[in-house]
Design a protein around this ligand. Sequence first.
Ligand code: C2O
Ligand code: CU
Ligand code: CU
Length: 515
Amino acid sequence: MPVTRLRPPPLRRPRAVLGTALAAIAAGGLVAIAFAGCGVVGPGPISTVGKVDFDTPLAIPPLAESTVDADGTRVFSLDAQAGTTEFTPGEPSATWGFNGNYLGPTLVAERGEHVRVDVANSLDEPTTVHWHGMHLPAEMDGGPHQMVAPDASWSPEWDIDQQAATLWYHPHPHGETEDHVARGLAGMFILHDEHERSLGLPSEYGVDDVPVIVQDSGFSAEGEQESKQRGYAGGLGDELIVNGTRGPYLEVSDELVRLRLLNASTARTYAFTWGDARPVELIATDGGLLEASVSLDHVRLSPGERAEVLVRVTPGERVVLQSKMTPEIAGLVGPVADTNGGSDAFDVLEVRAAETLDPAPPVPAALNTIDDFDESEVAMTRNFTLNDSFEINGEAMDMGRIDETVTVDTLERWIVDNATSLPHSFHVHDVQFRIASIDGAAPPAELAGWKDTIFTEPEKKYELLMRFEDYSDPDTPYMYHCHLLWHEDQGMMGQFAVVEPGQRATITEGTHHEH
Ligand code: C2O
Ligand code: CU
Ligand code: CU
């Protein structure tokens, strides 16, 4: 069976050459010229719609095993490892993964539980594990200050104190995050709660409640890890993989299926849609369920964002999840895509319904209650301007500098201004936030729920509201950053500490890891 490629094979370039291109961008912001100088040839129009052979069953990441300690702590183990993965049978690629060689197991926990994850690092370089979307103490967050050395281990523990949601985990070593994620270090972290269970949504893992981790891979058909093509957004892979599976199909035997979409790509943004144009039924965003399901033409996910969607199938039918090109994401597949007329559209996953399907109860109209923050309680307004040099408020990330000091148990308004002509994104650790407005207007229904990562369109302002309820720690910061991982690695990140009233934040010597 011929291998369908999203792009022609990328040019393999030594890091030094990439470095020159990056320096040129940093110096002049002349992205197109920098890339022309490094020899990237624009490929022809990219569309795999109707061309992908869905010939491999979708791999389902195993559920992480756990034990419960005498004190009730649920304990998981993750070991970052190097190994190989055969994306195509007989063609091993060098990959990394947790407890295996590509991606990692899915962790599942319940609101109210106390969890601990014993993280081991069997790689020969330091890494971290960050719990993206999780509300937890800063020292458990797994950001760049919680490095785990080779052969060392780290055991963060915290209370699950937030609603049911699809979260994920990935490395966060400053300057190396794109590389570590691209090699395969990522996994899903699903939270449940009583309210969500009471809704009767599909909830049988891997059967009618299915993780869909979408990535564009830089692994070549010959089994080597190629340097990805460099676009404005970062490394763009030439193959689409879902849960590490190329050309995946998912067989289902339930009429109602819940897909947990996670964009774990380092740079690529998707606009997920159904091949037969049925609406996308969105029920949850990053931090939990929406108040009611929303019918959309497509759901846009930039790197790090999640969406839960429901799909109702009829016996024997096949329906293809695709990603289409939309005007807002054209800039995010970068100069490479711009040169081919913006026709990026591709097949992602084929859902195949069995001839006999188990019926599903109707989905309740009311899924959640989301109370608006009371804006009169805003204690502090902060501005974050994203610029062309991959800086926030004119500064690049400095591990030794606390950029913002937040008083615990206060409501804050963060105004994120993408002052550039190209997209970025914005992610805040520790909290789930609400989008109060986009350029002064109320957000669309799909962005009205709980979010921790947003796509920021060019020249738009996003007003975010968030409450920093607890977990003060003057010595350990959390991060906020663009989640285009290459931008983040270049320094498009800042640090905030949550402190008691009147307390001063400091970076403790020793937790400061010089890159
Ligand atoms: Cu998904 Cu700061 O990261
Ligand atoms: Cu995060
Ligand atoms: Cu960015």
